[in-house]
Ligand binder design. Sequence first.
Ligand SMILES: Cc1ncc(COP(=O)(O)O)c(C=O)c1O
Length: 379
Amino acid sequence: MRSIPFNVPFLSGSEIKYIHEVFDKNEFAGNGDFTKKVQNILEEKLSAKKVLLTHSCTGALELAAILAGFGPGDDVIVPSYTFVTSASAILRTGANVVFCEIDPRTMLVDISDLEAKISSKTKGIVVVDYAGNSVNFDVINEICEKYNLICIEDAAQGLGSSWKNKPLGTHTRFGTISFHQTKNIHSGLGGCIIINDVKDIERAEIIWERGTNRNAFFKGLVDKYSWQEMGSSFYPSELQAAFLYAQLEKIDQNLEDRLELWRYYEKVLQPLEKKGYFKILRGSKLCQGNAHMMALHFSEMEFANNIRSHLNENGIQAVIHYVPLHSSPMGKKLGYDSDDLPITVKSSSSLIRLPLHLSMNKEDIDYIYTTINSYFAKL
Ligand SMILES: Cc1ncc(COP(=O)(O)O)c(C=O)c1O
């Protein structure tokens, strides 16, 4: 029997070479040459005003929430269908999280529910680019302007995708990206914040540098650095930055190869989709995706569970995704009940994700198709 893991972390082949260079320089701590090189590459790729590497996307979200000035008494609206830290980064500031629904066709935030939940206490929103797909950011930005809200674009899964030809992560005031090993490219753990308004750059650098103006000192703007405000240790070591530099060298090939696998999956699964067994999760026409995820959406949870078990029994590691945050034990502590967001509960339990990584090939996809097909053939 074949064995197909859900994810195998990508390796470009040059990671060790660049890590050796860090040893040669004997400078390990971070905010060094590799960090600067990687930030420059990302700024160019994303046409971004400023990119700061962080130890994780979680760290980038926390930094964004501090920069946004969220705090006690503020409400921030977050889709319940997301990773834990899209919400915990907000809670850390003392602000309150208000959960909203997703659109079951896309698993992205339901903009009408989001707008309906805006109140006089709402200070911001978090929009998640689930699966490297995106909502209509023209509408999101209009809402932000109308109600004077700050938006954090959680593009943890979005590097390499764009909406209306503008890279994900650059559509609102702050964007965040993950370089966790489950992402298309990675540094084991890692992330970055994208600062899309120049007026936030100076403060972002201070908070990022443990609350000091050390960056201004390095630029020769002050003769000594000192504590400016509450910050934290947000950036990665040079070892991680060197690893990421090696990965970024291969980002275009990585994207091309992933897209080829994704399109092949789509081609072989389409006949089953046409029979109405499931829907393949796709982005909108205005979104150029990064083939981060191959997900199938079933009409019922029971189907999703049965197919997942059948795939698992046949050596294929198909997996579920987020347990809605409002229905989690922490969500309950925040005063939520599972029934509060029924669309999110139903659509999250009827989705499965299939393996997609560059250590698999088209024969693996044929095997996955045959296994899914054999389940339906028996019905
Ligand atoms: C939408 C979303 N936000 C945030 C994160 C957190 O990223 P990290 O693991 O880099 O902290 C993830 C992780 O997968 C995610 O999917």
